[in-house]
Design a protein around this ligand. Structure first.
Ligand code: 5GP
Length: 191
């Protein structure tokens, strides 16, 4: 087992509806030295690629994106779920069906921060059905950028989003892929 898989087994909690809670270290309270180690791992995985920018989605992807960006020395852009009043009017926009909240969010990025020809690493804390990643890929494509890869902390493999993306040729790398999880017994099986 790798670092993240061990941490999931000790600190993760399986909730009804195929939701894994890891908010003690990943997406509510953030264990910064630990997540930074994951960032280092992503740097190793994508070291051979040219990465100009990391793109994620608010809020829970921001931590891992920033702690990976430190090792690449590149900026992070996060797609916003609602356009605030001070948001630029020139935006790329797409729709993302939220797995955890079961609603459709319009997500936006200012045209200033995604540019033609940029090499983008997409990151998120979780990959389930793949809607969040597909929305982010759509934003990059609207801007004329190039998706170099997708870095995910925890992929719920049984929901199929990751494999569907791989089948389309997307370089999806997940530090932990869960093939099975059972709320009744609390057991988690990794790929
Ligand atoms: P997808 O769009 O791939 O269906 O789901 C990924 C998004 O939903 C991620 O941005 C993540 O925040 C959220 N998500 C999906 N499954 C889980 C889960 O089991 N636990 C948590 N905490 N978030 C999840």
């Amino acid at each position: 087992l790798n670092l993240l898989q061990k941490k999931i087994l000790t600190d993760g909690v399986i909730k009804p509806g195929n939701v894994l809670k890891v908010d003690s270290f990943l997406n509510h309270q953030i264990d910064v030295p630990f997540i930074s180690e994951l960032g280092k791992e992503f740097k190793n995985i994508f070291a051979h690629k040219k990465i100009d920018k990391i793109l994620t989605i608010e809020a829970s992807g921001i931590g891992i994106a920033c702690l990976t960006a430190v090792y690449f020395g590149v900026p992070v852009v996060f797609a916003k779920k609602s356009a605030g009043s001070n948001m630029d009017t020139e935006v790329y926009t797409t729709e993302v069906k939220s797995f955890t909240h079961n609603k459709v969010n319009h997500v936006v990025v200012s045209k200033k921060y995604l540019n033609q020809g940029e090499h983008i690493l997409i990151m998120d804390d979780f990959l389930a059905n793949g809607c969040a990643v597909e929305g982010l890929m759509d934003l990059v494509s609207q801007a004329g950028g190039i998706v170099e890869g997708v870095g995910i902390c925890i992929e719920k493999g049984f929901q199929g989003g990751g494999d569907a993306l791989r089948a389309k040729g997307v370089d999806v790398r997940s530090l932990a892929i869960i093939d099975k999880m059972d709320a009744a017994t609390g057991t988690i099986t990794f790929r």
